[in-house]
Design a protein around this ligand. Structure first.
Ligand code: GLA
Length: 392
């Protein structure tokens, strides 16, 4: 049994109870989720980000068929998708298969692909909490189909294709961070990723006496819900203002000094604050990658806390539950840093905690959070895993 042991056994049983037994076994693939250490909302503004792939993720067992049917089932849902090559439908509201279906549209699957496929998904990654369950299912689908349908797309092409599926089919104006991290992640490394030039450096994660813990507010978010796309539009408008005064292609191109000289020219306060977050967070990501490289954990913690303050005050992506959870964490033993990770508006936080105090930390944070909100927080230890792969 490997690190994927349990979920793979379940997946195999589900596949064979749903699809006909034959001498052709399915191929099995895995794509992780991700957690971001620094750099929220930088990836559609041309900046740097610092994510890691997780050990948790999405599994896919897939096999070609003799007819043109395309069938998708998932362990977590009752509804099954069935269609035919050449007649794949458009987006259907709120169904889980919109993500893999968007990928199939971007792969331009059609009748010339001849054979259909049967697919069974399973996941051990919590969905809709900011750990990139959407990128995980998109990437596992794209990677698997690229392989079994012999499309010969490069890993970078797959990342861009999955982003297009989410932008154009699902309708979320996300950046490239999640799909890229889910593809290029490496065990025990963070990905210092330049989202403008699509180049990255793998930085080993050594936290000494500390560890990362993910805490879940247990409030679910809807990325499609207007808030995310609203931030995207606000940034487009802020960029236009900046381009009248500075020679920049993207908000993150501006240096903090140049930005401070022009920031009073923004016609409205929220545009100024959104852009301020991007420009200064971009600096924090560069400093954070250096701190990680040099094993300076306290410096990294300071940057993470400053990052959260900016996400809350300038980018305004926090909410009552996130603030309650972060307040509870920072007041509990052993906590060096706590911040929103992912899009915000609910979901998860990333915490840097002293290993020796981890149990006490979890107990106290949970009880403070319950007192403040009436909700029970969930904890997930961070095991930094590798990117998408074929496992069987
Ligand atoms: C979501 C999006 C990403 C990124 C983050 C915020 O996860 O999918 O592209 O914008 O939010 O950093």
């Amino acid at each position: 049994m490997d690190q994927h042991g349990v979920a793979w056994t379940e997946l195999k049983n589900q596949f064979f109870s749903r699809y006909a037994t034959s001498s052709t076994l399915p191929d099995v693939f895995f794509a992780p989720g991700r957690i971001n250490i620094l750099g929220e909302h930088l990836d559609y503004n041309g900046g740097y980000v610092l994510p890691c792939a997780l050990g948790l993720g999405t599994f896919l067992a897939i096999r070609r068929r003799k007819d043109k049917r395309v069938i998708m089932a998932s362990a977590g849902y009752n509804e099954i998708f069935e269609s035919e090559l050449g007649h794949l439908p458009g987006k259907s509201s709120n169904y889980w298969w919109n993500y893999p279906l968007g990928v199939m549209h971007e792969l331009h699957l059609n009748e010339s692909d001849n054979q259909g496929v049967e697919m069974q998904f399973a996941s051990n990654l919590p969905t809709g909490v900011g750990l990139s369950s959407s990128a995980s299912i998109e990437v596992v689908t794209a990677f698997a189909m690229n392989k079994i349908l012999e499309k010969a797309l490069s890993l970078q092409e797959l990342a861009l294709l999955c982003r297009r599926a989410e932008n154009d089919f699902v309708g979320v104006q996300c950046g490239i961070m999640d799909q890229y991290a889910v593809i290029f992640g490496k065990k025990d490394h963070a990905i210092f990723f330049d989202t403008k030039h699509l180049v990255h450096e793998l930085v080993p994660v050594h936290l000494g006496d500390y560890l990362f813990l993910i805490l879940d507010t247990n409030t679910r978010r809807q990325l499609e819900s207007t808030a995310f796309n609203e931030r995207y539009q606000e940034c487009r408008a802020a960029l236009k203002t900046m381009q009248r005064l500075l020679n920049v292609q993207e908000i993150a191109d501006a240096s903090p000094e140049a930005f401070e000289e022009m920031e009073n020219w923004f016609p409205d306060e929220s545009a100024r604050k959104r852009a301020r977050h991007i420009v200064f967070e971009n600096e924090r990501v560069k400093q954070g990658a250096a701190a990680l490289r040099d094993g300076k954990v306290e410096e990294l913690a300071g940057l993470m806390n400053a990052s959260h303050e900016s996400a809350r005050d300038n980018y305004e992506i926090s909410c009552f539950e996130l603030e309650a959870l972060i307040g509870a964490a920072l007041a509990s033993p052993g906590c060096l840093a706590a911040r929103i990770s992912g899009a915000g508006f609910g979901g998860c936080t990333l915490n840097l905690v002293n290993k020796m105090k981890a149990d006490e930390f979890m107990q106290e944070t949970r009880s403070r959070y319950r007192k403040a909100t009436g909700i029970t927080a969930m904890f997930y230890p961070v095991e930094i895993g590798s990117g998408v792969s074929m496992i069987k």
